[in-house]
Design a protein around this ligand. Structure first.
Ligand SMILES: [Zn+2]
Length: 88
């Protein structure tokens, strides 16, 4: 595992990874939650591997709700992440 570069924790499997290997999901200052493909949007971020298993895990464990401390997580976010994975 490369040790250089910022490390983030995947909310699906819980392992640390270089942020370049992860996808960012952001809770914007306005409270909306969405996929942040460029990893540059303002707000609180959560990170996940672009992997169907990690997405499934995060959904089952309500990983986003825990990361963002809100129950206001819509399925649309996951639809976007899954679409991203499917189009890799
Ligand atoms: Zn993962």
């Amino acid at each position: 595992m490369p040790t250089s570069g910022p490390q983030r924790t995947c909310i699906g499997c819980g392992t640390h990874a270089n942020r370049a290997a992860l996808v960012r999901i952001v809770r914007s200052p306005d409270g909306s939650i969405h996929l942040d493909q460029t990893a540059t949007l303002p707000g609180r971020g959560a990170w996940i591997h672009p992997d169907a298993g990690c997405v499934q895990n995060a959904r089952a464990r309500r990983g986003l709700a825990r990361s963002f401390r809100t129950g206001n997580v819509t399925d649309g976010v996951w639809d976007d992440v899954e679409e991203l994975i499917n189009h890799q």
